[in-house]
Every structure is written in C-alpha cells, then in structure tokens.
Design a protein around this ligand. Structure first.
Ligand code: NAD
Length: 258
C-alpha cells in the first residue's frame, strides 16, 4: 500500500454522469485519475458521445460506456464490464439528476405524480440501485459517493422539487452507510455549492444563485468541480477511512451563513 493516505494507486472505480467538461463527474474523474485510480466512466445520453469520449482519452484512456440508469440492460452491461475488467471494485461516484422542466420550474405543491416519481427514480433511487449492483464487487470494502445540494436541508428559491428529492438522497446515504458499514463500505454525499453545468442551467435564475453564493461565501469564491473532485479523492482514499454516512459541503463555506 502507498505511504500517501490520499493515493488511489491500485484502486478501481466507476464515475457516472459525465455530460461534458463542465460536469462535476469530470472534476471527480480527473482528480481520481490524478490520485492513481483506474476508471470506468459512464454517460447518460448518446448525444454526449462527442464530448465525453475525448475527455475519457485524457484520463489514461479510461473506458466510457453509455448507461441510462433507467435501462436495466445498460446497468447490467456496466457491472458486467467492471467485473470482467477488475478483480474488485473500490468506489463508485453517482453524479446525476433529472427533473422535467415543468415540475422543476413550478411549486413543489404543484408537481405531478409522474414527474416526482421520475425525478426520484433518476436522482435518488438510481444511487440505491447502483449501490446494490456494486456491493458484490466491493470485495475489500470501498466507497459510494453521491452528489447532493443544500436545498435538501433548507428552502433555496427555485430549487423546488429537487429539494425533497435531495433530502431523500441524503437520508438514503445515512441508511445505506448503516447497512453497508459492517462490510467496510462507506457511503457519502458531497454537497457542492452552485457550479455552472448543463444540469444547473435547468434551474431558474441560476445566475443569481451563483452571484449570491460567491458574495456570501466565507472564501469569497464559488466552489469548483475540481474542489469536489479532491474531496471525492479524500473520501475514497485511506485518508477518509474513518468517515461514513456524512454530507460533506464543498461550497466555499456558504452553508455556515444564516
Ligand atoms: P451535468 O449536466 O454535467 O450532469 C448531470 C448528469 O446526469 C448528466 O451526465 C446526465 O447525462 C445525467 N443523467 C440524467 N439522466 C440520466 C439517466 N437517466 N441515466 C444516466 N444519467 C443521467 O450536471 P452536474 O451539475 O455535474 O450534475 C451532477 C450532480 O451534481 C447532480 O446530482 C446534481 O444535482 C449535483 N449538483 C450539482 C450542483 C451544481 O450547481 N451544478 C450543485 C450541487 C449538486
């Protein structure tokens, strides 16, 4: 084992949710690759091919697979590939969310039954499904990480439907940590501040959220996907071996303000 507690040399992991170079998943993949990990990357839409494949090539020629979490065949193929390629898996990053625009832009009180179920399936239950599939491959224990947001905890204007969904995701993290901890599997949510990405552009008045976060942050800057990536390295490496079940804010400190 490396003397560096942050090293991921000899470790293998799946990073889901790449759409383009702005994706938080890409920030994670870059940092995990720099720390020495071998990666399988996934992207949710065939349209992302042209953005994701060149990024994968920069990450030690990481393999990139199309995997829509709503399609079992794609998820089967992902874990079959991981099992064929590696003796064991060490971590999985779940970095995806989706809500229909009408539901996302309206009041929580008005969101449709179908829209709520769809957002919950892709943004929350998919983490549970992927964890179940990863469990047998995490033979020496490991780390499962998902991405949440402060709107899970407090009402953030325009975050709407995603607030209750992220709250369910963070609660799932705690239950999964309790269930999987005895097997040495650690489960975390990372909660970044606002970062300009494709998914974020679906939130109304997102620019105002960015401006407010930057001015209110104790560090007087926005968090970046690189910041998130380094935190993922910490949580997935030996350095984070005593932690599980947490929601770790990577938001330049915004969450400490009243
Ligand atoms: P992004 O658009 O780069 O990534 C979102 C990803 O979700 C895309 O790759 C998309 O393909 C994927 N996705 C959507 N539906 C899918 C499906 N059915 N199957 C598989 N993948 C699917 O945006 P991002 O901001 O990097 O989002 C990543 C995560 O970070 C999300 O959970 C988001 O809620 C969370 N987050 C983002 C911010 C922010 O400000 N950007 C802040 C806190 C948390």
């Amino acid at each position: 084992m490396s003397a560096d507690p942050f090293s991921l040399h000899g470790k293998t992991g799946i990073v889901t949710g790449l759409a383009n170079a702005d994706s938080i998943a890409y920030g994670c993949a870059r940092a995990l690759h720099q720390a020495g990990a071998e990666l399988l990357l996934t992207y949710g839409s065939p349209k992302a091919d042209k953005h994701v494949l060149p990024l994968a090539a920069e990450l030690g020629d990481a393999e990139a697979l199309l995997c829509d979490v709503q399609e079992d065949a794609g998820v089967d193929a992902l874990f079959a590939r991981a099992a064929a390629r590696w003796d064991k898996l060490d971590f999985l990053i779940h970095s995806m969310a989706f809500a229909l625009k009408d539901d996302l832009h309206g009041r929580v009180v008005d969101c449709s039954r179908e829209g709520f179920a769809l957002a919950m399936d892709i943004s929350c239950h998919s983490f549970i499904r992927l964890a179940k599939r990863a469990e047998p491959l995490l033979k020496e224990g490991g780390t499962l990480i998902t991405l949440s947001y402060y709107g899970a905890e407090k009402v953030v204007d325009n975050y709407n439907l995603m607030g209750p969904i992220k709250a369910a995701l963070e609660a799932s993290v705690r239950y999964m940590a309790a269930e999987l901890g005895p097997r040495g599997i650690r489960v975390h949510a990372i909660s970044p501040g606002p970062i300009k990405t494709r998914a974020a552009s679906g939130i109304a008045h997102f620019d105002q959220l960015l401006e407010s976060a930057e001015s209110r942050a104790p560090l007087r800057r926005l968090a970046t996907s690189e910041d998130v990536g380094r935190t993922a390295v910490y949580l997935a490496s030996q350095a984070g071996s005593g932690l599980t079940g947490s929601t770790t804010y990577v938001d330049a400190g915004v969450n400490v303000r009243a």
